[in-house]
Write a protein that binds this ligand. Structure first.
Ligand code: SF4
Length: 64
């Protein structure tokens, strides 16, 4: 069983600078403009910090 981070774009208002980008310890999140952030799966260590941080629950760490 593994984990995978996903972005629920419908939950992201996409009208602000994503604060979760700076929470990620490995720089796996990037954002262009005010778009929903993108995940670099090569970098993501599935720590869950961003998913715990996002108040809109737009970042979800799924059990797969
Ligand atoms: S789960 Fe952790 S490593 Fe992956 S994007 Fe979120 S904060 Fe970064």
């Amino acid at each position: 069983m593994g984990k995978k981070l996903k972005i629920i774009t419908e939950n992201c208002p996409q009208n602000h600078k994503c604060p979760a980008v700076n929470v990620c310890p490995v720089g796996a999140l990037t954002q262009e403009g005010f778009e929903a952030p993108k995940i670099d799966y090569e970098k993501c260590i599935k720590c869950g910090k961003c998913s715990n941080f996002c108040p809109k629950k737009a970042l979800v760490l799924d059990i797969i």
